[in-house]
Design a protein around this ligand. Structure first.
Ligand code: SIN
Ligand code: FE2
Length: 215
């Protein structure tokens, strides 16, 4: 992959979002070729699709999953499922390089021993947004959320434990990994409408994958 020759978004730095929430700048940068190869293989088995919210709205984010459990939504609600509702088949296995990256990033953020059983892949295109929400469909909240960003930069909104709490804004760039857990695990977060220049290799999209312990 051609490195981004024009910008260095603080690679190797840690940017604190809250007490137990951090952005590890460029943490995944040396693995992006492998990650992208795996994503292309995964989406051949389980394509990105726009799911319906329980309220009947089509999500602007397109998603797919890998791992033992995948996050889904439809008119019946949000939940984790072992199978892809489109095909009825199990979600693709979580690639080893995904598992390792999630575990290493969690450890670097102070959460040793993280074993993700779910990886949600989100695809954003210009204008796509993700409104403020809490990640609370998991069985427990002891494990952190590990979120890897590839492609176009995006504004990540990181709020408090109530929806009405003010949200801080952080730019997430290609190769950055954000981790939140512990007392910050249930903070509201979201993504502002995607805009800005296309990414040199991925073009007009941002791919984000979030690792969780769902069960
Ligand atoms: C999510 O909250 O599941 C995704 C966050 C992101 O795309 O950065
Ligand atoms: Fe989330």
């Amino acid at each position: 992959m051609i490195p981004d020759l024009f910008t260095n978004h603080g690679i190797g730095q840690r940017e604190s979002m809250a007490e137990q929430a951090v952005i590890l700048r460029g943490f995944a940068l040396d693995q992006t070729d492998d990650l992208l190869r795996q994503i292309f293989a995964l989406q051949a088995q389980a394509p990105f699709r726009h799911m319906l919210t329980p309220g009947g709205f089509r999500m602007s984010v397109a998603l797919t999953n890998c791992g033992a459990l995948g996050w889904t939504t439809d008119r019946r609600g949000y939940r984790y499922s072992p199978t892809d509702p489109n095909s009825g088949a199990p979600w693709p296995d979580m690639p080893e390089c995904f598992r390792q990256l999630a575990c290493q990033a969690a450890e670097a953020a102070g959460f040793a021993g993280f074993e993700a059983d779910a990886c949600l892949l989100n695809r954003y295109q210009p204008g796509t947004r993700l409104s403020l929400h809490q990640d609370r469909n998991e069985r427990g909240f002891d494990a952190p959320v590990v979120s890897v960003s590839l492609g176009m930069s995006a504004t990540f909104l990181f709020g408090g434990l109530r929806r009405s709490d003010p949200a801080r804004r952080f730019l997430l760039h290609h190769g950055d990994v954000a981790v939140w857990g512990g007392q910050d695990r249930l903070r509201y977060h979201g993504v502002a409408p995607l805009k800005g220049p296309p990414h040199p290799t991925l073009g007009e999209q941002r791919l984000n994958f979030t690792f969780r312990r769902a069960d």
